[in-house]
Design a protein. Sequence first.
Length: 176
Amino acid sequence: MLGMTTHSENLTKVQEELWYLINDEYVKQVLEAIINKMKEVGDGSERLRQWREEAKAYIPTDSKYDEKYWVAAYILYLHNSEFVNLINQIGDIEARMFILINDLNKLEKMKQEIRNKIQELYDKIKPLQEQIEDLEEQLENIEEASYVISNDLYDLQNEHKRFLEQLREVTKQIII
């Protein structure tokens, strides 16, 4: 009698775990992947037939879910430690992804702040650049004017020398 009670309790416990697996939205994707694989393999797999037979013991008669979900959940239940390990790894990866996304968002924010500061500096520099360009233009004009004046001065100095020489000549002729 004790054996029957224990067997019934175990049956109910496994049945409940299968039901939780079937009703978990996250796990449902995995179950559907298993079901698709079961369709690919078809009835040719001895192991799949064995799992179907074993799973039938846990399928309630009034189940709203198709047998294929119960079989897929049973297969997943049998490989629970592998599944839990993979789920944990996925959780770790998602946690690392979350950290990297946060880091990336921080870097993007820093990039935008630096771009804004660069633009502010360009905005401040622009009037200075315009002033520098104006001063450079004035300097060029002054240099051009200086060149012209230097040439005129040189010419006038030469002319002055000639006139002085002529004046000496005229003075010499008057005196002599």
